[in-house]
Write a protein that binds this ligand. Sequence first.
Ligand SMILES: Cc1cc2nc3c(=O)[nH]c(=O)nc-3n(C[C@H](O)[C@H](O)[C@H](O)COP(=O)(O)OP(=O)(O)OC[C@H]3O[C@@H](n4cnc5c(N)ncnc54)[C@H](O)[C@@H]3O)c2cc1C
Length: 594
Amino acid sequence: MAEVKTHSFDAIIVGAGGAGLMAALYASREVNVAVISKLYPTRSHTGAAQGGIGAALGNIEEDRWEWHAYDTVKGSDYLADQDAVDVLCKEAIDTVIELEHMGLPFDRFPNGKISQRRFGGHTNNETGKPVQRACHAADRTGHMILQTLYQQCIKNKVNFFDEFHVVDLIRVGDTVRGVVAVEISTGDFHVFHSKAVLFATGGWGRCWEVTSNAHSLTGDGAAICVRRGIPMEDMEFFQFHPTGIYRLGILITEGVRGEGGVLLNSKGERFMEKYAPSIKDLASRDVVSRAIFLEIQAGRGINGENYVHLDITPETVNKYLAEAGESRRITREYVEAKLPDIADFTRTYLGVDPVKEPMPIQPTAHYAMGGIPTDVDGRVVLDQNNKVLAGLYAAGECACVSVHGANRLGTNSLVDLVVFGRRSGVHMAQYCKEAEKLPLPKNPVDEVMAEFDRIRNGSGGAKPYELRKQMQKTMTDNVGVFRTDETISKAVDDLRLLRAEYNRNIQIDDKGARFNTDLLEAWELGCLLELAEITAVSALNRTESRGGHARDDYPKRNDVDWLKHTLCFSENGKLRLDYKPVVIGRYQPKERVY
Ligand SMILES: Cc1cc2nc3c(=O)[nH]c(=O)nc-3n(C[C@H](O)[C@H](O)[C@H](O)COP(=O)(O)OP(=O)(O)OC[C@H]3O[C@@H](n4cnc5c(N)ncnc54)[C@H](O)[C@@H]3O)c2cc1C
């Protein structure tokens, strides 16, 4: 049996993306903190974020945080909690300035202020026209945020455990005592004993076949919480980003459309004029993804295939800018300067030069709106009465505050990370100063170690990559951009069979201890399967269409029955659904028109 080492800290942060690092920075000013990450911190997915971070700075035209809040609530199809949205949009402003002061190299306007561009769903509420709200560093905004925060953490002497894979939460009754992790290079188990734990483990886009998400986005933190009795909120709402590279899913930022790019079908029509007459290609992502899907279904995909074109060539863009009566024109040099990574991706992966020809794109699984339920201080809540589990926190994509409701606006995830990462870090530090460190239970690693032994020694012939492929296919075919009772039921059946196979017959090739990614990926597959089933079961029960959850058999939003958050509990191997009210504030639900 592998050796078990024990470490002791006040607070443990699992995950070193934007949310984890922001929390670490704040918590470490007051208490003793360790950040545990399965990836080297700067490889976290936050580093892949391209387009921008939204804040109503008003650097080039009038803007107000209340407009940002209204856009967020409208974008969420009225499912977001409006008290949390106010916090998000108000605090966005000073967190972006704080990032600037930490040294983040934002692009700048000629007047020296942070450059801002248009993004889907962000508007001037008086005119209904797109507003320039997305602060950016070319199309590498997330990369710059991650590097900046990591440097600050190093400067502030935060303790890092890089390439340690957290596999369990130590929960005793309604108290939290730490986590269990596997050291990837040795296979040794480690116990991290603490007063508080924060999960900032990111999303689970790898449940789907075509996805913008990195290989590592397998929902570990969320699945660990489910296994330790914490419900998952609003899991049926998963975002499909309209513009992934055809077949590969690699993201082409909405910033392309923010800079003037347009979507065209096989007839060369700018079809978004039909679906969203007012803001066209900059409608919210759920609306644009469905429009693309419908165009393809109607036989207007390019060459009869399952994709359409995204065109940022100056010829096309300038034609539409002129038509709209705008004086602005773009050049090839401008595209190269504002979207260098995108140009690089499409040249490398497609042999397509975006300044000369359009890019083939299709919707790609992108972002988890749902997740571990929390309050605005990142504290995890356990039920419909928002009962807090003291000492447990979640922030970033794995958490559901809920500020994104049924559909997230572009640029609002990066805001979420820094705003709620910061609040969680502050709250957690305060908590640790007052709380006592409770003793570890006896043998805290036994249960998860037994599961690892089962996977390592299994001989039933079910290969993880086969099961993963089947899960991704059924999720894409049946719980994708559009769903029905029939398709979702099929997915639920498929997933239950796959989970049974996983539990009985899993077999891996590598039986070793060091860098056993075969074993760890098989364990991650267990997390994905668990979250996929929760997603499908939550989706099956919600008999309406709202935001990212579009049901062909229930095409309308139904506020009378469904203006509520889903909570899905896993109890003795069975899933149980419950619901909790949405917090409404200034904005009463109304029909969304773009
Ligand atoms: C291609 C792409 C482009 C995007 N562009 C934008 C954009 O322009 N604007 C915007 O607002 N949003 C964007 N998003 C969304 C946004 O980037 C993500 O939602 C956000 O970065 C998630 O950050 P996070 O801190 O929650 O987690 P991540 O950055 O995903 O980090 C997760 C961390 O958890 C760790 N971890 C996970 N599991 C374990 C485990 N078991 N044990 C130990 N550590 C673990 C990982 O090592 C990693 O450090 C984009 C997303 C993608 C995929």
